[in-house]
Design a protein around this ligand. Structure first.
Ligand code: FAD
Length: 491
């Protein structure tokens, strides 16, 4: 393993960030911040990005991992939102095919429910039309007999049939990382574990006071403009006018042999819908949608969340008999929804909002993983106007997101995929050298996904800690600290 002097690298990056004024400092290394940084760098701006934790630490590594138009928004009459997201779903399939696997969904229908078959049949046709007639596959209808053959374990009581339609499965944290690697190639400087603490105005724009939280070292970055893309943390940033309603969404991972679904299955629970999503040898079950008022960093799946998701799944698949012992791993995320005091969490709009509370200070809130590229394009259009720069056209819908560098190990190719790559020292070294990994949980949770996928993840974590120790020169005590930190992060 190659030794990497991490602190030297970070000091050098901080030096580059603070040497000359940036055109834009992006605050937040989630999908929105990553998208803005890439687009701005591709249009010739001098860009820096700071993230207080790890890249993709927030909502962008805790989603349902779907690139979707949002069939359920059709039922709410939000055609514009569905059209926008459907178009972006196709754009991402084109620029990042390694992160957009077409996925058929089966939506079973039952007598006397709020999802009648006739309505869904119209809905999925409209859904295909809103994709410009070019959805990732054609929708169809299944009879009861076809359903019984296709999904033998599904509840048959009052079953009237099903519709089948297409969305795509992605890998959320990898989408962030691949976007950022593409960004760095355009000269942008990216620093994780660097928190924005304050940002008073100055002659050039903004004097951003940040802290390298690994070394507890403060420094300043001058930027002509700032884009705050802080997801659930948005309200706590300087100059923020955003008001959010945070709702918690939990996902569980089980072995696919316990629920052998060939396609994704929509599980309706009243008006709400949950999904069973095949993910290699696993199935992802989720999600919940409940108001959340606790500390943002401490969001976790609790026993009620687990019982609710398993309860809905067992009702849909009566012979599955899933219990908490079947849960291999879980994650919990917060939806940074724009505040709407009334209505159930599921009714709150998923639309995004771009604001400029002070001249040159932009903030973005709401939106979805699926629409991040479009959100970024709209933000950078406004940035260019504000900076008085020529209106350079956006190229992010045309240029492929990620191309493996010739000098990278062949394992790097399998890193960019939906399911985790094979465990090995080269791939870990690649994460540490080329993808900003610093802690063991950065590798286990967000770079590789091994924590969520592998039944023996704890054992693998020991091995990975050993490889990272060689790379970063950790002693035995530091390895123990990293293992404890990983255990806590993965709870
Ligand atoms: P985040 O990913 O949270 O990023 C914000 C970042 O800002 C964080 O990493 C944070 O640490 C950083 N930050 C905050 N304050 C500071 C500071 N002071 N200094 C430096 N950094 C700071 N969308 C889809 O399209 N498909 C789905 O299937 C889907 N499923 C979802 C399921 C759930 C349960 C949830 C919760 C969301 C889902 N979404 C989905 C929505 C999508 O995940 C989010 O819209 C998206 O990830 C938000 O990205 P973001 O960059 O705005 O926020």
């Amino acid at each position: 393993m190659e030794y990497i002097p991490l602190d030297q690298h970070r000091v050098a990056a901080a030096g580059q960030l603070s040497a000359n004024p940036l055109d834009v400092l992006v605050v937040g290394g989630g999908i929105v911040g990553a998208g803005v940084a890439r687009d701005a760098a591709m249009r010739g701006l001098r860009v820096g990005l700071v993230e207080q934790h790890d890249l993709a630490f927030g909502t962008s590594s805790r989603s349902s991992r779907l690139l979707h138009g949002g069939l359920r928004y059709l039922a709410q009459g939000r055609l514009g939102l569905v059209y926008e997201a459907s178009r972006e779903k196709r754009v991402l399939s084109r620029i990042a095919p390694h992160l957009a696997e077409p996925l058929p969904f089966i939506f079973p229908t039952y007598r006397r429910t709020c999802w009648p078959l006739w309505q869904l049949r119209i809905g999925v046709k409209l859904y295909d039309l809103l994709c410009g007639g070019q959805n990732l596959g054609p929708s169809s209808r299944l009879t009861v007999a076809e359903m019984e053959a296709h999904l033998p374990g599904i509840s048959r009581q009052n079953l009237t049939g099903a519709v089948r339609y297409f969305d795509a499965l992605t890998n959320d944290s990898r989408l962030v990382l691949d976007t950022l690697r593409s960004t760095a190639r355009y000269g942008a400087i990216i620093c994780n574990y660097t928190k924005l603490e304050d940002a008073p105005p100055c002659y050039e724009g903004w004097r951003c006071r940040v802290r390298d939280v690994l070394a507890d070292r403060p420094y300043e970055i001058t930027a002509r403009t700032v884009v705050a893309a802080a997801g659930p943390w948005a309200e706590s940033l300087p100059h923020s006018r955003i008001r959010l309603r945070l709702t918690k969404g939990v996902h569980l991972v089980i072995d696919r042999r316990r629920l052998p679904v060939p396609d994704a299955v929509v599980m309706a629970e009243g008006r709400r819908i949950l999904f069973a999503i095949p993910w290699g040898e696993r199935v992802i079950l989720g999600t919940t949608d409940t108001d959340y008022a606790g500390p943002i960093e401490a969001v976790r799946a609790d026993a009620d969340d687990v019982a609710y998701i398993l309860g809905v799944t067992n009702t849909c698949f009566p012979e599955a008999g899933l219990t908490a012992a079947d849960v291999l791993s879980s994650w919990a995320g917060l939806r940074p929804l724009l505040a709407a005091p009334r209505g159930t969490p599921s009714d709150v709009s998923r639309a995004h909002q771009i604001g400029m509370p002070e001249p040159g200070w932009f903030e973005v809130a709401g939106g979805k993983l699926t629409t991040y590229r479009l959100i970024a394009q709209q933000v950078v259009d406004r940035l260019l106007r504000h900076l008085g720069r020529p209106a350079v056209p956006c190229r992010t819908a045309a240029e492929p997101l990620w191309e493996p560098l010739e000098s990278e190990p062949s394992e790097a190719k399998s890193v960019s995929a939906i399911v985790p790559p094979a465990v090995g020292p080269e791939v870990v070294e690649h994460y540490c050298r080329d993808e900003w990994a610093v802690h063991l949980d950065d590798v286990m949770l967000r770079r590789s996904g091994w924590h969520y996928y592998l039944a023996n993840a704890d054992q693998i974590a020991q091995q990975v800690a050993g490889w990272m120790a060689e790379t970063f020169g950790w002693d035995a005590a530091r390895q123990e600290t990293e293992l404890a930190r990983y255990q806590d992060a993965g709870r």
